[in-house]
Ligand binder design. Structure first.
Ligand SMILES: NC(=O)c1ccc[n+]([C@@H]2O[C@H](COP(=O)([O-])OP(=O)(O)OC[C@H]3O[C@@H](n4cnc5c(N)ncnc54)[C@H](O)[C@@H]3O)[C@@H](O)[C@H]2O)c1
Ligand SMILES: O=c1ccn([C@@H]2O[C@H](COP(=O)(O)OP(=O)(O)O[C@H]3OC[C@@H](O)[C@H](O)[C@H]3O)[C@@H](O)[C@H]2O)c(=O)[nH]1
Length: 388
C-alpha cells in the first residue's frame, strides 16, 4: 500500500505524480507497475501492445489501485494518442523496444526502427512539452571491452581499467557493419546521444538507464507454451525451457562469454529512486547491475541446472549441456559482448543504491516461479502427439 509522508533522499516529501509508462506490459514494465502500485501513491498510464504480464494488476475492478492504473493498448509507431498521454503525465518512462539478440542480426531493420526511429517522437514530445523522461538504454552500448583486443596471455587483461564499464569514461566498441548483432547497440547509442543533446541544447530533463542483464520471473516466454515454438528468447528463458523439457542447455560458442546478472526486484528499487529523486537523477546515465554476480554462460548453465534440480526435486539430466556454434544458433552476423562488469560509482554517489541478491538466491526464486508456472504445461505439450 502507498506509504503516507514518504520523503526523498534529501528529506523532502514525495508528491504523487502521474507516469506515462511505454512498454509497461513487458518484463521490466510489469515489475515496475507492481512496485509503483503496491508501494507508492503514483498513478500510471500504462501503454503497450500487450498486457498479459500486467493482467493481474488490471483485473478485477475491485483491486485497491483500480483508479491508479489505466491501460492503453497502442503501438507507438503510429498512434496519435501518444502526445496527449505524454502531456497528461509528469514523467514518461520509455521501455518499448525490440531487445532479444536473436532479432538483432535477423531483423536488423525492425531492430533499428524500434530502438531509434520509434523512440524519436517520445523524446520530441517530452522536450516540447517540458516533461521529464527516463529512457531505457542498455549495457550493450559499451559493446566489447578494451581488454578483449589484448593478446590472450597479456597481464593487462587482469587490470580492471581494461574491462570495467564506466558511464563517463568507457568507449563504445562495436564490430563491423556486417556483424548485424550491433544494430541494436548502435541504435540505442544514437538515441542516448540525441536525448543528451536535447538536454544540452533544449533543457530536456532526462535520465538514461543502462540495464546489465536484469533477470527474474516473467522474463520473455517459454517457446511453444506462451510464445512461438521456434522463438529464441534471452538466455534465462532459453535455459529454463531446456530444463523444463529435460533437454541439454545449448552453449553458444562454448559458453565462454561473461555476464553479470542482477535480480529484477533489486534493479526496480534503483528505478524507483530515480523516479522519486529527480534532482539527483536528472542529466545522468546510470549503470544498473550487480558486479558481484559475474559468471561465464557455461557457469550459469551449471548453476541453473543445480538450482532447478533442487527446486523441482528431479535429478539433473545426464547430459546437461551441448555446444552449438553462434551461426547455427543465431544465424549469420551474430557477434557477442565478451564481458560486462558495471562500474557503480555514479549510481552509488547519486542515489546510494546497491544490489542485494546473490546469483544463487535470484535463480532459486526465479526457477521456483518457472517450475510453478510452466512445468505442467510443458509436460502436457510433450505428451501431445505431433501431427505428421
Ligand atoms: N531486461 C534486461 O536485462 C534489459 C537489458 C538491457 C536493456 N533493456 C532495455 O529495457 C527495456 C525493457 O526491456 P524488457 O526486458 O522489459 O523487454 P520486453 O520485451 O519484455 O518489454 C518491452 C515491451 O515494449 C513493448 N513494445 C515494443 N514496441 C512497442 C511499440 N512500438 N509500441 C508499444 N509497445 C511496444 C513490448 O510489447 C513489450 O511489452 C528495453 O528498452 C530494453 O532494450 C533490458
Ligand atoms: O540458449 C542460449 C542463449 C544464449 N546464450 C548466450 O548467453 C549470453 C547471454 O545472452 P542473452 O540472450 O541473455 O543476451 P545478451 O546478454 O547477449 O544481451 C542482452 O543484454 C542486454 C539487453 O539489452 C538485451 O536484453 C540483450 O541484448 C550470450 O553470450 C549468448 O550467446 C547461450 O549460450 N545459449
Amino acid at each position: 500500500m502507498a506509504t503516507a509522508n514518504k520523503v526523498d533522499l534529501d528529506g523532502r516529501p514525495i508528491k504523487p505524480i502521474t507516469i506515462c509508462m511505454i512498454g509497461a506490459g513487458g518484463f521490466i514494465g510489469s515489475h515496475l507497475c507492481e512496485k509503483l502500485l503496491l508501494e507508492t501513491p503514483h498513478k500510471i498510464l500504462a501503454l503497450d501492445v500487450y498486457n498479459d504480464k500486467i493482467k493481474h494488476l488490471l483485473e478485477p475492478d475491485s483491486l485497491p489501485w483500480v483508479d491508479r492504473i489505466q491501460f492503453h493498448r497502442l503501438n507507438i509507431k503510429h498512434d496519435s494518442r501518444l502526445e496527449g498521454l505524454i502531456k497528461m503525465a509528469d514523467l514518461t518512462i520509455n521501455l518499448a523496444a525490440i531487445c532479444t539478440p536473436a532479432d538483432y542480426n535477423t531483423r536488423p531493420l525492425d531492430t533499428i526502427y524500434s530502438n531509434f526511429i520509434d523512440a524519436l517522437p517520445v523524446v520530441k514530445y517530452c522536450s516540447e512539452n517540458n516533461k521529464r523522461l527516463i529512457h531505457f538504454s542498455t549495457c550493450e552500448v559499451y559493446g566489447k571491452t578494451i581488454g578483449s583486443f589484448l593478446p590472450k596471455d597479456s597481464p593487462l587483461r587482469e587490470d580492471p581499467a581494461y574491462y570495467i564499464l564506466k558511464e563517463d569514461a568507457s568507449p563504445c566498441i562495436f564490430g563491423p557493419i556486417e556483424k548485424q548483432r550491433w544494430s541494436y547497440a548502435c541504435a540505442k547509442q544514437l538515441i542516448e546521444r540525441l536525448i543528451y543533446a536535447e538536454g544540452a541544447e533544449n533543457g530536456l530533463e532526462f535520465t538514461i538507464v543502462r540495464p546489465f542483464n536484469w533477470i527474474g520471473p516473467r522474463m520473455d516466454f517459454i517457446p511453444g507454451i506462451d510464445g512461438p515454438s521456434e522463438g529464441v528468447p534471452r538466455v534465462l528463458a532459453c535455459f529454463s525451457n531446456a530444463l523444463l523439457r529435460r533437454e541439454p542447455l545449448k552453449l553458444v560458442d562454448g559458453g565462454q562469454s561473461q555476464r553479470t546478472f542482477v535480480y529484477i526486484k533489486d534493479a526496480i528499487e534503483a528505478v524507483l529512486l530515480m523516479i522519486e529523486n529527480p534532482a539527483r537523477a536528472n542529466g545522468h546515465i546510470f549503470n544498473v547491475g550487480n558486479p558481484h554476480n559475474e559468471v561465464t554462460v557455461r557457469q550459469l548453465a551449471e548453476m541453473m541446472t543445480k538450482v532447478y534440480s533442487q527446486v523441482s526435486g528431479e535429478p539433473a539430466p545426464e547430459v546437461p549441456t551441448v555446444d552449438v556454434s553462434s551461426k547455427e544458433f543465431y544465424g549469420e552476423g551474430y557477434d557477442d559482448s565478451d564481458k560486462r562488469i558495471p562500474d557503480m560509482t555514479i549510481i552509488n554517489r547519486q542515489l546510494g543504491w546497491n544490489p542485494k541478491t546473490s546469483l544463487w538466491d535470484l535463480l532459486e526464486s526465479t526457477l521456483t516461479y518457472q517450475h510453478r508456472t510452466y512445468a505442467e504445461a510443458v509436460k502436457k505439450a510433450i505428451a501431445k502427439p505431433t501431427c505428421s
